[in-house]
Design a protein around this ligand. Sequence first.
Ligand SMILES: [Zn+2]
Length: 78
Amino acid sequence: MGRLIVLLLLAVVAVWYLRRVVRRFEGDERGPRASPQARELVSCARCGVHVPRPEAREAGGALYCSEEHARLGPAPRG
Ligand SMILES: [Zn+2]
């Protein structure tokens, strides 16, 4: 009976370890698959807030956080 419990414990540990390894492997694979552009942050020319590149609006060669800031244009200087 004692041997059975040891075997059961070993099986549980083995499954736990394998799941951990598989999860780490999947995580590593997910990283490079996502395009670097999707992670790139750009700062809004109006308010300076950082937004992911795909969510930024472009107007007049500058990038903005929202449609409204793209309409307002770059932050006034001075
Ligand atoms: Zn903004």
